[in-house]
Design a binder for this molecule. Structure first.
Ligand code: SF4
Length: 561
């Protein structure tokens, strides 16, 4: 079997050691909430010598965070009861919300008031930019004395012989494409921690290794995680449309998806001249030519959406996967020296498409458990299991358990899923089966011959092609470095995948990273375009693509997203 490459770091290099008490890997809402709560708890009991360090792979905090986003304020209220006075960034309070079913012929049916599905009602919620939210949270963390380092990707796990997590090694920099050390070579640091908080976000590259580590048993008895890929743009629209939509939330279902696929769209009025809009599609729908970006374009070409966008222009673009599996896909939340929070641990309600408040709550609960573990001088799994105890009694658990079978019920299509969801609503989330099982998304892929996917026509107004959109994501990586998209066995691509699935990587990647030019016998990987969405790592039918961290600072530069 071809060995898998999980890190591009140089082996056997002398490294600087940095000991800390608690290391948080990932400065998203979950990781930052954990650091803030923990530091406050430590300070309160006069334990201010402890070090809490947060590291993130983005060049600046917030550059790699992307969400719709409509936020349930419950999480931030729990972390900062005075969030309003502190200037927490809110674009708008949700003033009105409804859903529409788009029909292929260009018409739509509006579902307002009591007809709007309950999971899509958003009164009391806030329209936010997750990018601004994480920047604000990082400032709050720094004010408390927490070190927050941007541009430090965690590349390798440190574990002892029993599997206990003892920290991470950050990514080496200054390695050339051919693997040689450049004059600028700097080895990554070994950060040793009593507790490592894994907050990498969706499909974390280190969390993936931890889930496969049988010594830890993190996924034992759990459903595999299932994902959707979300594509998002921010639009400047005409003043008429901007004023009409400001503070409003519209979700659509139907076109361009057929009844077998799971997905839908959102449009949020973020200001009097801007809309945030996006489309999310489940990666289990099986078409080898599935192209989330193309679906997004088709959706924008529906007359209902095209009418809103007429006269406007795209300002920003991004893409990200969404962990949709829910309660039964969540891993065990702790192991020796380790806790998992936020999207990494599946804290997302797929029915409402909301996870920010759950991410923050997970960080708070994890911090409480870590604080007690530090006092007890015992950071074993048994001690950190306090986190699971807190979760099992929390509103977060109540919410997630209430939709525990939601996403899996849609695996057999929209009609079966809607019927089951109706039963779930009157059976406390149970539905027609006590516990639905899941699957890896890549296992659902059907042979190329069964593909029905049609590409849309692109234009330079409302239907930008991938490369133009990638430019608007700000994605950039140091060009002279080994590709962080590692094709484990290139012969599979040519000898099997071309025939069986038609090399789906060229379709599903929303950033045109994988190209198969006519007459070329191998894939061309434009790694610099990568927006770190992780779709390829999830969806390759042979699990032949390994997403590993690139040099620090590489990736998208999301602003206002
Ligand atoms: Fe997403 Fe993979 Fe494409 Fe990067 S290469 S944008 S992670 S699908």
């Amino acid at each position: 079997m071809t060995p898998r490459i999980t890190s591009l770091n140089r082996p056997d290099v002398e490294r600087e050691d940095l000991p800390v008490d608690v290391l948080v890997v990932g400065a998203g809402p979950a990781g930052l909430a954990c650091a803030i709560q923990l530091k406050r708890d430590l300070d309160k009991r006069g334990d201010d010598e402890r070090t809490v360090l947060v590291i993130d792979k983005a060049e600046e905090i917030g550059h790699h965070t992307l969400s719709g986003a409509v936020m349930n304020p419950r999480g931030i209220e729990e972390l900062f009861p005075d969030w309003r006075e502190r200037g927490f960034p809110v674009e708008a309070a949700v003033g009105d919300d409804w859903a529409e079913v788009l029909r292929p012929g260009g018409t739509q049916i509006a579902l307002r008031g009591a007809l709007c599905p309950p999971q899509l009602r958003n009164h009391g919620n806030l329209i936010v930019s997750l990018n601004k939210v994480t920047r604000w949270m990082a400032e709050q963390a720094e004010e408390l004395g927490i070190e927050v380092y941007a541009g430090f990707p965690a590349a390798e796990l440190c574990q002892d012989a029993d599997g206990r997590v003892t920290g991470v090694i950050t990514r080496d920099s200054g390695i050339a494409k051919d693997g040689a050390e450049k004059g600028t070579f700097e080895p990554g640091m070994r950060i040793q921690a009593s507790v490592t908080v894994m907050a990498e976000g969706t499909r974390g590259s280190l969390a993936k290794q931890l889930f496969k580590d049988e010594r830890l048993g993190l996924m034992t008895g759990r459903n595999p995680q299932t994902y959707g890929t979300g594509i998002k743009e921010i639009w400047q629209v005409t003043p008429e449309v901007g004023r009409e939509m400001f503070g409003k939330v519209l979700h659509t279902g139907g076109y361009p998806l057929d009844t077998k696929a799971y997905g839908g769209s959102f449009i949020y009025g973020v200001s009097e001249d801007r809309l945030a809009l996006g489309f999310v599609v489940g990666l289990d729908q099986g078409d080898a030519k599935l192209d989330p970006h193309a679906l997004f374009v088709q959706w924008k070409q529906h007359p209902r959406i095209a009418g809103m966008l007429a006269g406007g222009k795209v300002l920003r673009y991004g893409a990200k996967t969404v962990p949709e599996g829910g309660y039964f896909s969540m891993p065990k939340l702790q192991a020796d020296g380790l806790v998992l929070v936020g999207d990494t641990a599946g804290f997302l309600n797929a029915a409402t498409l909301k996870g920010i408040h759950l991410a923050i709550s997970s960080g708070i609960m994890a911090a409480q458990a870590i604080g007690e573990a530090l006092i007890a001088d015992d950071t074993s799994e048994a001690q950190l299991a306090k986190y699971t105890e807190l979760f099992e009694c929390s509103p977060a658990r109540e919410e997630l358990y209430g939709v525990r079978n939601y996403r899996q019920a849609f695996a057999k299509g929209l009609v079966a899923g809607t019927l089951d969801f109706g039963v779930q609503m009157i059976t406390g989330g149970r539905g027609l089966k006590k516990r639905r099982t899941g699957h890896e998304d890549h296992e659902c892929m059907q042979p190329l011959a069964k593909s029905k996917f049609q590409k849309p026509a692109f234009n330079d107004t409302d239907s930008l092609d991938k490369l133009t959109d990638v430019y608007l994501s700000g994605a950039l990586h140091e060009e002279d470095q080994p590709s962080h998209l590692v094709v484990v066995d290139p012969t599979i691509c040519v000898d099997r995948c071309t025939q069986e699935y038609g090399n789906p990587c060229q379709h599903f990647c929303p950033a045109a990273v994988y190209e198969w030019p006519e007459g070329t016998p191998e894939v061309v990987i434009n790694a610099s375009n990568c927006v770190h969405c992780k779709t390829c790592d999830i969806m390759d039918p042979y699990e032949n693509i390994e997403w590993v961290v690139p040099e620090g600072g590489g990736g998208p530069k999301y602003v206002d997203m």
